[in-house]
Design a protein around this ligand. Structure first.
Ligand code: NAD
Length: 480
């Protein structure tokens, strides 16, 4: 498709408090932004170059911004529904979750006081937190506001200026949010947006003024960005992909477990880094299995609360369908088949909830990140087998145990290899001031977690000051 002939608005970068076209307009390229509901082009996102990164740069406020986020929640939710495909309840919840980090950042003046200690007679030590300067955040498509809010409020509240590179698949929402930042009175240049893809990201990481980079996206790119920043001696925190395991013990509460598992794997059409993707059932537990199948089969496509939205694009849909086809050919049973949604729709990127019962532990769908509304179930002979499967997975974002026994819960929590664990909680996302972050191939870089006190640590360095104010340092005339 010739994008330049498409009658859809061109998105601009946001630099020094103004919306601007990318530099070098003659050769600038644009990428199509589609709505996953129909696949139609809704905007053109510029592919910025290193020239645009040169233009970007600067610090804070936040209480008014928090108010504006809430006042515009319906408008922002509509943008998220349009460009991402979430249903209305999911879109609103994601904005509210983003606002939590803004609230945390609003409290930082009370929370980040340094230490002061008399270390010897007349000698004290104290430390203060110093901002890094210009920092950058590269974000994924799956949470157009929430993930940018993991870093933006903390970065600027600690005195940095931020360059944000939204996903080219969902550039509209943050382009509107920076308008709200401006309305809230943020000084020009404190938050800048550069749109684009790989080249813009590399130019940001390489720019000598950019002191630290956060990244959220697939593990492959997280690893690339981490290596690039490490070569340049920069701070980098790069969150990657996930394959999250939920375990159902024989004594789990069938009603809560089945509801939770289905909500976890179908919410946001499975496009959450904390979504359930593998359910390990200890024993056969036919009743739980039947309840999951019945709840997943009753879900409907759409944008209303409780309905399942489309996945982001054709490439994602093809990947998801591929995993289901391969599992079926390998002998797995497709207990709920979401491929019927794809077949019955003429436009858009739709796939319904899909439940696969595997009989082979080697099936690819049990190991790779699929990022769609697909649940792989495997029935384990023991709790040891379940923990072995979870531990052998290279990712390490979330894991959860469903049980009504404390000892079983403790046994699993002590052994899970994931960074964020739950007991009877399908999406165990920590709330501020706890930081967010997995381990293993779900997190790269040599830094703490994102958000909360991890975010403060990442966006500042500590200046340690030792002071001697004894009489000997006074002008002799002032000595007492
Ligand atoms: P992605 O890796 O394709 O893209 C993420 C960002 O990197 C985008 O801004 C994109 O423009 C940029 N990018 C893409 N290719 C690049 C390259 N070769 N070099 C430099 N930059 C590049 O990820 P996505 O598809 O947008 O997001 C989905 C992924 O994000 C999933 O794997 C999901 O698990 C992960 N995710 C992880 C977390 C977490 O906390 N661990 C949270 C949200 C999403």
């Amino acid at each position: 498709m010739d994008l330049l002939n498409v009658d859809s608005p061109r998105i601009q970068n946001f630099i020094n408090g103004k919306y601007v076209d990318p530099v070098e307009t003659a050769s600038i390229k644009y990428t199509a932004v589609t709505t996953p509901h129909t696949g139609k082009v809704i905007a053109q996102c510029p592919i910025s170059t290193s020239k645009d990164v040169e233009e970007a740069d600067r610090v804070q406020f936040l209480i008014r911004f928090h108010h504006l986020l809430n006042a515009h929640i319906d408008e922002l939710a509509e943008l998220i529904i349009l460009e991402h495909g979430k249903n209305k309840a999911e879109a609103i919840a994601s904005i509210a979750k983003g606002a939590e980090t803004v609230e945390y950042a609003m409290s930082l003046p009370q929370l980040i006081q340094g230490k002061l200690l008399d270390v010897s007679r007349g000698v004290t030590c104290h430390d203060t937190r110093v901002p890094l300067g210009v920092v950058a955040s590269i974000v994924p498509f799956n949470f157009p506001i929430m993930v940018p809010m993991w870093t933006l409020p903390i970065a600027i509240a600690t005195g940095n200026t931020l360059i944000l590179k939204p996903s080219e698949k969902v550039p509209l929402t943050m382009t509107r949010v920076v308008g709200l930042l401006k309305e809230a009175g943020i000084p020009d240049g404190v938050v800048n947006i550069i749109h684009g893809t790989e080249n813009a990201v590399n130019a940001i990481a390489d720019h000598p003024d950019v002191k630290a980079v956060t990244f959220v996206g697939t593990s492959h790119v997280a690893n690339l960005i981490t290596e690039r920043c490490h070569k340049l001696g920069k701070r980098v925190l790069a969150l990657g992909g996930a394959k999250n395991h939920l375990v159902a013990a024989p004594d789990c509460n069938i009603e809560t477990t089945s509801t939770d598992v289905v909500n976890s794997f179908t919410g946001c059409a499975g496009q959450r880094c904390m979504a359930a993707s593998v359910l390990l059932i200890i024993g056969s537990h036919e009743e739980l299995l039947n309840r999951i199948v019945s709840k997943a089969s009753s879900l409907q496509p759409g944008s209303k609360p409780g309905e399942i939205g489309p996945v982001i694009d054709q490439q994602s849909l093809n990947k998801i369908l591929g995993y289901i086809d391969v599992s079926e050919k390998a002998g797995a049973k497709i207990l709920v088949d979401g491929r019927s949604w794809t077949q019955s729709r003429i436009e858009g990127f739709w796939i319904g909830p899909t439940v696969i019962l595997h009989n082979n532990k080697e099936d690819k769908a049990l190991h790779d990140e699929i990022f769609g509304p697909v649940l792989s179930i495997y029935q384990c002979s023991s709790k040891e087998e379940a923990i072995e499967i979870e531990n052998n997975n290279p990712y390490g974002n979330a894991a959860c145990i469903y049980t009504t026994t404390g000892a079983t819960a403790e046994w699993f929590i002590a052994r899970f290899s994931a960074g964020m664990c739950g007991v009877n909680i399908g999406v165990p996302v920590p709330r501020e001031p706890f930081s967010f972050g997995g381990i293993n191939r779900s997190k790269f870089g040599n830094f703490v977690d994102i958000t909360g006190d991890g975010g403060v640590e990442f966006f500042t360095w500590r200046r340690k000051v030792t002071t001697r104010w004894g009489q000997e340092n006074l002008d002799p005339k002032l000595r007492m």
